[in-house]
Design a protein around this ligand. Structure first.
Ligand code: GCU
Length: 435
């Protein structure tokens, strides 16, 4: 999909939430790709409380500033998720001991809510290396096209949920495709064989199981199910959007993994690409049980600084995808400096756990330098914990990675999650999970 199709999209929701006198139909200026025009800005200080008092110790961060920032991100960017969802249940649909040429155990598990049968639940595809009784570390991530697309194994059932037509421009919302065209189509982004060979498990699920990705998708997703008004809900400016819903789903997958004796739930890394990279970062920021967080090409609303005017902007993304965020975020279109947070603080919310940000040189839409600067500026929080972030002032050379508890790599090529990215993430996790 060529995202530039959205350049002139109006910010439809901007006028609904009157935080400031802004035009009700602010038009998104075209994306800027000139570094000289990226603008100057002062980032909010993660180590200063909203009342101006300093955050001096790790305890100050953990007990005061982290909760304050989480609340601000919920209120202004991703929305508040509900506190309760009833009874979570797991149904093991399959255990296959000789998957991937006998190298892996494959499980399929359905996660659902007892009190909300109208929500069909999440089907998890889990591959685990054969390690005898040793619990295995796991990557946990949502896929774009169904579990059958993440694998080449012919007997993983085709998802029957709504699918996004990635061939169409603009994308169409359409019923499931015929099996043959989609099986394995996202295999290069998940590479279960490679992960298994490296000693890791993979838990993946289709993001459309949680909520289909279109403006009214919430009506058949978890947001509609959990809202007391159901499909009649009128969302308030600070209530959760699609990214909040998908992130909620990642935490429910982790709930299952915690119950699976074959998985080392202390070593589960949440990972995602693009809109699902934004989702992984938000899930990992909120849910401290994810012991490592990996955000690939996550761009605007992910790792990229919102105050930098380069590539996609708040105006563009909230105009094109208003259903991803809390409605309020669109009110910061063209006035990002008024937003009380910026995305380096989202990266910092992972502290002191390791977090890695991946960029691709040609992925200018996602602002690779903005992703780097965000990772860089999260470092002050890691220092409170005696941990090191990115020590370099400069992006690494193409093909290189840098960092300690905060990692960053820059890959050649386009917007994608590739084998090279996985190589970086495997190296990063192996370094932080010795043994
Ligand atoms: C669009 C959108 C990006 C997003 C991407 C994706 O390009 O503008 O913010 O990351 O879609 O998720 O594929």
């Amino acid at each position: 999909m060529d995202p530039r199709q959205y350049l002139a999209a109006p910010v439809l929701l901007a006028g609904l939430f009157s935080l400031a006198p802004i035009p009700s139909r602010a038009v998104a200026p075209p994306a800027n790709f000139e570094e000289a025009l990226a603008g100057t800005y002062t980032l909010p200080d993660p180590l200063t409380m909203q009342d101006g008092s300093p955050v001096k110790t790790a305890a100050d961060w953990t007990t005061k500033r982290r909760p304050e920032l989480l609340e601000l991100f919920e209120e202004h960017v991703y929305g508040h998720p509900p506190a309760l969802w009833g009874t979570l249940q797991f149904e093991v649909l399959e255990v296959l001991e000789n998957a991937l040429d006998g190298k892996a155990t494959r499980k399929r598990v359905r996660i659902f809510l007892k009190e909300h049968p109208e929500w069909t639940g999440i089907e998890v595809l889990l591959y685990l290396p054969k390690t005898g009784n040793k619990k295995v570390p796991c990557f946990v991530g949502l896929n774009f096209n169904g579990n059958h697309a993440a694998t080449v194994e012919a007997d993983v059932p085709i998802s029957t949920n709504w699918m996004r037509d990635t061939q169409a421009n603009p994308p169409r919302n359409k019923p499931p495709q015929s099996p043959d065209t989609t099986r394995g189509s996202e295999h290069s982004r998940w590479l279960p064989e490679k992960l298994i060979a490296a000693g890791f498990g993979l838990a993946t699920a289709y993001y459309g199981d949680i909520e289909p990705d279109y403006a009214g998708g919430w009506k058949v997703g978890i947001r509609g199910a959990l809202s007391p008004q159901g499909v009649a809900t009128e969302w308030k400016a600070n209530e959760w959007g699609g990214i909040g819903a998908w992130a909620w789903g990642l935490s429910r997958i982790l709930d299952y993994l915690e119950s699976d004796p074959a998985v080392d739930a202390q070593k589960c890394a949440v990972i995602g690409h693009s809109r699902l990279g934004k989702t992984a970062l938000w899930a990992g920021a909120r849910d401290e049980r994810f012991s490592i967080v990996l955000a690939n090409d996550s761009g605007e609303g992910g790792a990229a600084l919102m105050r930098r005017n380069y590539g996609e902007t708040v105006a563009i993304i909230t105009g094109a995808f208003p259903h991803w965020f809390a409605g309020r975020w669109s009110s910061y279109a063209n006035r990002e400096t008024e937003c009380p947070v910026d995305q380096h603080e989202l990266v910092a919310l992972v502290a002191p756990r390791p977090v890695a940000v991946g960029s691709a040189v040609e992925d200018r839409w996602a602002d690779p330098l903005g992703e780097f600067l965000s990772a860089k500026n999260a470092g002050a929080v890691y220092q409170l914990f005696g941990k090191k972030g990115l020590e370099s002032e400069l992006q690494p050379a193409v093909g290189e990675s840098i960092g300690n508890s905060i990692g960053y790599h820059l890959r050649a090529g386009k917007h994608d999650l590739t084998e090279e990215d996985w190589g970086q993430y495997i190296k990063f996790c192996a370094r932080h999970w010795p043994g």
